[in-house]
Design a protein around this ligand. Structure first.
Ligand SMILES: [Zn+2]
Length: 261
């Protein structure tokens, strides 16, 4: 394994532009369970019923029962793998990260260029009036006792829409029936452009269109390094580091530093 990590570090050293593409597996060691796993959130809450915009609009209180649980697991710290990627970026070896995660842990670890492909759970928007609230503000709000739905002050809806109602907050995560936000698509395209190496970590690369990112790099003549506990069969990575994200990413950073000095 040491040899493979060294080889990956050499590839980073010789690449023109390296980017990272991450998924749930980079945050499991921080304590956020993979929503898609056997015991994950989607095994208990059918996404069709709890994670579509249509479901939210029809019954936000019902969806908030799921969101309240999601909120709780998000209250964790970045791990040494997140930190290793942030250091690689600060030291000029990584141009940025496209993540499918909504937890904000890459930014919390100090990564500056992060494209949140599936949105973020760090901010909330009121659907009727469009006002945006940071997570800390939402944390402090009064909740409806049964659903845990936050109850901010009066919504900015005009009297014609019926004044006197509280805002209806939806986290800025991309629900299953929602399109990828245009700024995320543009940000990812900018990052992927001219990249000749992509570090794929903690994702089985099965969720389209995010799963296209490694292939785009390859179409540009680039290569793929995979860091995963379980193999991502469809990825066909040129170099595989099979192991935990924390161990592999921190090992890779150390190996890169050793080469550089
Ligand atoms: Zn509102």
């Amino acid at each position: 394994m040491k040899e493979r990590i060294k080889q990956a570090a050499e590839w980073i050293m010789s690449a023109r532009k390296t980017i990272a593409f991450t998924g749930a597996g980079v945050s499991t060691e921080s304590g956020i369970p993979d929503f898609r796993s056997a015991s994950g959130l989607w095994s208990r809450y059918d996404p069709a019923e709890y994670a579509t915009l249509g479901a939210f609009q029809a019954n936000p209180e019902k969806v908030w029962r799921m969101l309240a649980e999601m909120e709780q697991v998000m209250d964790v710290q970045p791990n040494i793998g997140h930190q290793a990627l942030a250091r690689l970026e600060r030291q000029g070896a990584l141009s940025g990260i496209v993540t499918q995660n909504i937890d904000g842990l890459h930014q919390a670890a100090g990564s500056a260029t992060v494209v949140e492909f599936h949105g973020s759970s760090r901010t909330f928007t009121c659907l009727p009036c469009g006002r945006c609230f940071p997570r800390d503000a939402v944390r402090g709000m009064t909740r409806k006792s049964d659903s845990q739905m936050p109850m901010p002050g009066d919504c900015g809806r005009g009297p014609r829409d019926g004044g006197g109602f509280p805002c209806v907050l939806k986290p800025d995560v991309v629900f299953f029936d929602e399109a990828i936000p245009p700024d995320a698509l543009a940000g990812a395209a900018k990052l992927v452009r001219d990249a000749d190496l992509v570090l794929v970590a903690g994702t089985s690369c099965e969720v389209f269109p995010a799963s296209e990112i490694p292939w785009q790099v390859r179409r540009q003549g680039g290569r793929v390094i995979e860091i995963n506990l379980e193999p991502a069969e469809s990825l066909k990575a040129e170099l595989v580091l099979r192991g935990s994200f924390t161990e592999m990413a921190s090992g890779l950073h150390q190996a890169w530093e050793a080469l550089k000095s």
